[in-house]
Ligand binder design. Structure first.
Ligand SMILES: Cc1cc2nc3c(=O)[nH]c(=O)nc-3n(C[C@H](O)[C@H](O)[C@H](O)COP(=O)(O)OP(=O)(O)OC[C@H]3O[C@@H](n4cnc5c(N)ncnc54)[C@H](O)[C@@H]3O)c2cc1C
Length: 275
């Protein structure tokens, strides 16, 4: 049974317990978690690029502590509870028969989730909240550009699977050549792996996008990466390329210097939705 807590705000997505069934090293920096549990019955993948919140245990714990109750939106914790933390991830694959959800987590240095995945063990438990969001890819594009850094490659895989037969350019920004891997759905497309090296995150994507030759007929761009770079790319596509705003999908997946960047950063600051 999904977790129920006294006084929890109504309308919250269910919080499902899941156990770490496997941890696979995909590249030096990417860990694929297979999360398994009866609570995942009824889970459905959202539209491409949707997300879940993973509620992860504090250091030294093997399952996240749970609040005693809520008062309004405030969680009340037992005095000795080591409070868990929550981060945003892409539910990559879901097997409804085995009740297994796969999520790729990037190891990137200072982050709490990045630290957790390096010490996680098979048998540890997490809570999965959601899913929410996602992009129902319009099918009328003459071309598509899909641009992602390594946090957004799982979402890009889903976006690619949802595109019609059209000209597709795929830009993937990763730390270095060791992070390149085979991504389903890229076959037959123009795929470019960009190595960041010492560059500021997002700058290789931005430079590659500025240099792209895009056909005149209307197309769509889906871009997800560091929030500052995303804003520069968005401005370029809307103002220099004069793309219509409903053909430009931009997502800030994380922000330099900020922990737990909010999941709804679409770079639409002019509309008051940004952060
Ligand atoms: C809709 C959505 C889907 C996402 N899907 C995935 C996914 O499938 N896989 C995945 O790995 N991430 C994904 N992310 C990104 C992930 O939520 C962030 O990278 C998050 O900050 C990681 O949490 P953390 O605890 O490791 O770092 P935080 O505690 O949040 O941040 C600590 C520090 O690390 C920095 N930091 C955060 N991310 C990175 C990074 N990638 N590279 C360098 N420095 C970084 C921050 O700027 C901050 O200074 C997604 C984000 C969104 C909004």
């Amino acid at each position: 049974m999904p977790l129920e807590i006294e006084g929890a705000p109504s309308g919250w997505p269910p919080r499902r317990w899941a156990r770490v069934a496997a941890i696979e090293t995909i590249t030096p920096r990417v860990r694929r978690l297979r999360l398994q549990g009866e609570d995942l019955a009824g889970f459905e993948l959202p539209n491409p690029g949707g997300h879940v919140k993973l509620i992860l245990p504090a250091a030294g714990e093997s399952r996240p502590a749970v609040p005693l109750r809520y008062e309004g939106r405030t969680a009340i914790w037992a005095e000795d509870a080591q409070q868990p933390f929550l981060r945003t991830y892409t539910p990559l694959h879901f097997d409804p028969d085995r009740l297994e959800l796969e999520v790729d987590l990037l190891v990137h240095g200072e982050g709490m989730a990045s630290g957790w995945v390096q010490r996680a063990q098979v048998g540890d438990e997490v809570l999965v909240a959601g899913p929410r969001g996602g992009w129902a890819a319009p099918q009328d594009g003459a071309w598509y550009v899909v641009a992602a850094d390594e946090t957004a490659i799982p979402a890009a895989e889903q976006v690619l699977a949802a595109l019609p037969d059209a000209s597709v350019t795929v830009l993937f920004e990763v730390a270095d050549a060791a992070e390149e891997r085979s991504i389903p759905g890229t076959e037959g497309h123009d795929v470019r792996w960009l190595h960041r090296g010492n560059a500021t995150p997002g700058v290789p994507l931005e430079t590659a996008l500025r240099d792209l030759d895009l056909p005149g007929a209307p197309g769509y761009a889906w871009v997800a990466c560091e929030a500052g770079a995303m804003r520069r790319i968005r401005a370029h596509l809307l103002h220099d390329r004069e793309m219509a705003s409903d053909h430009v999908v931009t997502r800030g997946y994380w922000k330099l210097g900020a922990a737990d960047h909010p999941d709804g950063d679409y770079g639409q600051d002019d509309l008051g939705h940004g952060h």
